[in-house]
Ligand binder design. Structure first.
Ligand code: PHE
Length: 447
């Protein structure tokens, strides 16, 4: 039997897992969610969820992945044969495909912005002019789609080469690069006139802003940003070696992911206040704020190319992980070669992304439950499948798996001290399922 691949080095494990977590969720979604939900108040609640739910659910996924050494569907069969738990894996696959559909569209937009940066054609007029340029681009039928397809082709090229050849090498080079450039940008933003106001918005909480809506968005953002609830980290952990320190890895990943989101905030909000933009404008925040920064920045031409490449790269290391969930399943379970599995998945992604992309223009009138196809994919994946997946994985590890098996896996057979083990199990058994139920139900508008 073909020997299953593992990540070759410790750094590879962390870089690939951080690569999965850090993406558009941090750089595009976090600032606009924070902008719409009270800034610092949102950040504070978000941090609470990362620690209280994010790390425990991540450890649950790591346990299932490394113990089973299997794709997301088989993982549950290996650990609990003759049960229905493997359906959780199928949820994950569905969520991965749905997320790919809309995520690739936003990633495609970043490529357009790379292109426009190179050609120096990004609109540098008033904030209104930048907004108009943005919507006229996103609503056109062909152009955004062409970039999305290009993005999916890059994704294909990396993923079809397999775990060591593709993912690990790409992540090792790209992730540190991303970090350095983000830090340079945040330093620049700190020199802007609106820096003080921007930082106060992000870091000085107004507790009266913490409403139930803010709490729920912060929890959803934590799941999305840490790649939880759909088996991405089960799949990646199935490639971890037996000496990988799971608790330490989860803490590193959570810290780095959170740091990137905060740095993105430090880049965006000073600029928002400097250029008189609204922090509450939603998904376009990143795309209308950045050109303002570049237009005023010394060497702006060069920086804007670099920055949009960087965002595209961050998106790529996340989509690689999303696709790996599906490719590992199609390869190991259905028996396709990795290349064929990747081809099939890419074809499905192109179809879904086409519908998502056109829902900003031609298909904007076609709605289900009042949502266009883009919103519907995001809603179904983020508000239904991720929370449901996270809830089920917590229940699985908290209740169904043998407690001693969980401890053995997380402590590397007792070689890592785990004084907090009982707290972890308590969270997985009670806190996580109840907390996640709240997002799930409110996502469905049931309360
Ligand atoms: N965490 C990724 C991001 O922040 C998105 C993602 C979600 C990736 C779920 C994998 C699984 O961009």
């Amino acid at each position: 039997m073909e020997k299953r691949a593992t990540f070759a080095t410790k750094i590879g494990v962390i870089a690939a897992t951080v690569g999965s977590s850090v993406g558009l969720g941090n750089i595009w979604r976090f600032p606009y969610e924070a902008g719409q939900n009270g800034g610092a108040a949102f950040l504070l609640v978000y941090l609470g969820f990362v620690v209280l739910l994010g790390i425990p659910v991540m450890l649950a996924e790591f346990t299932v992945g490394r113990r089973s050494k299997a794709n997301v569907n088989d993982a549950f069969r290996v650990l609990k044969p003759n049960s229905n738990w493997h359906l959780v894996g199928l949820f994950g696959i569905l969520a991965a495909v749905l997320i790919m559909g809309f995520y690739a569209v936003i990633a495609g937009w970043t490529l357009e912005y790379v292109f426009q940066s190179v050609g120096n054609t990004l609109d540098k007029g008033s904030p209104e002019a930048m907004h108009t340029a943005f919507t006229s681009f996103t609503s056109s039928p062909i152009r955004p789609l062409a970039w999305t397809i290009l993005f999916l082709s890059l994704n294909y090229a990396i993923i079809s080469r397999g775990v060591r050849g593709g993912i690990e090498k790409a992540s090792n080079v790209l992730m540190p690069f991303l970090f350095v450039v983000l830090i340079i940008f945040s330093i620049h933003s700190l020199t802007l006139d609106g820096a003080k106001e921007g930082l106060a918005f992000l870091f000085k909480p107004d507790f009266s802003k913490i409403t139930s809506g803010v709490v729920l968005s912060a929890m959803g953002q934590a799941f999305f940003s840490l790649s939880l609830g759909m088996g991405t980290l089960i799949t990646y952990a199935s490639y971890f070696g037996k000496s990988t320190d799971l608790p330490r890895t989860s803490v590193y990943v959570a810290i780095l992911d959170t740091l990137v989101a905060i740095i993105a905030g430090v880049i965006i909000f000073p600029a928002v206040f400097t250029y008189g933009l609204s922090p509450e404008q939603g998904p376009e925040l990143l795309f209308v704020t950045l050109p303002n920064i570049f237009s005023q920045m010394p060497g702006g031409y060069f920086w804007s190319i670099l920055f949009f490449i960087l965002i595209a790269v961050a998106a790529l290391t996340s989509t690689i992980s999303l696709c790996e969930v599906v490719v590992a399943y199609l390869h190991e379970k259905i028996g396709f070669t990795r290349r064929r599995a990747t081809q099939i998945l890419t074809a499905i992604c192109i179809t879904l992304s086409t519908l998502c992309s056109l829902s900003f223009g031609l298909l904007s009138d076609i709605t289900v439950f009042g949502k266009n196809f883009f919103d519907l994919s995001d809603f179904t994946a983020s508000n239904i499948l991720l929370p449901l997946g996270g809830l089920l994985i917590s229940l699985f590890v908290g209740w169904s798996l043998d407690r001693s098996a969980v401890k053995e896996e997380l402590s590397n057979k007792g070689t890592i001290p785990m004084p907090y083990f009982n707290i972890l199990i308590f969270i997985l058994k009670y806190i996580a399922p109840i907390g996640i139920s709240i997002i799930f139900l409110s996502g469905l508008g049931l309360f």
